[in-house]
Design a protein around this ligand. Structure first.
Ligand SMILES: O=C(O)CCC(=O)C(=O)O
Length: 293
């Protein structure tokens, strides 16, 4: 499904959209499963292993911001990243042998869906090489109105910006003053439901609050070349190997590439999800201030 031109775009810009990867019945099945999972949030009061909740969530009026690690919550999400059409795109972009790093489903509900401040995924999980990307599965038609991902072309070949707050701790967000020129060049990642975006792990990106009357659900998978090892280490080798999607079996030989890195340490004062982590940068937020203005 991916053309040579699309591969060249990914290499040059650090992101690309492949239209219509999923068909209508698959989308309908996923929406049904998501509705069931979201309904379960009526039984919880606080963030847990499955749900990250929007401010203002109550049992009577559940507001889910993110379903954490959906591939562990329902088998459909584990199967989706292994579909042949998805695997062949991953192989064209990061090589024949790939491993799932993680997954998340960002539910940007109509009118209040939370923003995500400017960051590079690489700042959260530096590896021994950067043949790593995030797939963004568009579960809704995504337009400039409903809070699309915003990516800055070419930044995957540039610096790793500081994602540390004034307290010296990792906060998962870049101070907007450091990246004014880049923000001005950001491109909205839009497409029909069923399309998928692929952004490089070092690409600078963010996304605004959804102030439209349409939801914008984005299912994200982080996928790494098999020989990219996390610099934070591997504590459970069997679990690490179980996430291989393709390839000739496990390896204990990481490939070392000359890539810049900063460790996400000391750890953030609030962990659990990017939304919580970025509260460490709240006084320096770009999108919250913009929404309030
Ligand atoms: O949901 C979005 O648009 C942004 C997601 C993102 O960048 C992240 O969760 O790391």
């Amino acid at each position: 499904m991916i053309t040579d031109d699309m591969v060249q775009t990914y290499r040059a810009d650090g992101f690309v959209v492949v239209p219509d990867v999923l068909d209508a019945p698959t989308l309908a099945e996923m929406r049904g499963v998501i509705a069931e999972i979201v309904a379960g949030a009526a039984d919880v009061d606080a963030h847990n292993e499955v749900y990250d909740l929007e401010p203002g969530h109550t049992r009577a009026e559940p507001k889910v911001r993110r379903i954490k690690t959906p591939h562990k919550v329902h088998k459909l999400f584990d199967q989706l990243v292994r579909l042949p059409q998805v695997v062949s795109i991953l192989q064209a972009l990061i090589g024949p042998d790939v491993r799932l790093y993680g997954s998340k489903l960002n539910m940007k509900s109509a009118r209040y869906g939370s923003p995500v401040e400017w960051h590079q995924d690489w700042a959260f999980y530096p590896h021994t090489n950067d043949d790593i990307l995030a797939i963004g599965v568009m579960l809704d038609d995504t337009t400039v109105e409903n809070g699309p991902l915003l990516c800055v072309p070419g930044t995957h070949k540039g610096p790793v910006w500081s994602h540390h707050g004034s307290d010296g701790r990792f906060c998962g967000a870049i101070a907007p003053a450091e990246i004014e020129a880049e923000i001005a060049r950001a491109v909205p990642i839009v497409g029909r439901a069923g399309s998928m975006s692929f952004h490089h792990v070092r690409t600078l990106h963010g996304s605004a609050q959804n102030v439209s009357d349409r939801p914008r659900n984005l299912l994200l998978y982080e996928v790494a070349a098999k020989d990219a090892w996390p610099l934070k280490g591997v504590s459970d080798l069997a679990e690490f190997d179980s996430r291989l999607i393709t390839g000739s079996g496990p390896t204990i030989e990481p490939r070392l590439a000359p890539v810049p890195a900063r460790m996400p340490l000391p750890p953030p004062s609030r962990e659990g999800s990017i939304y919580e982590t970025q509260l460490g940068a709240i006084e320096n937020s770009y999108f919250r201030k913009k929404t309030a203005a």
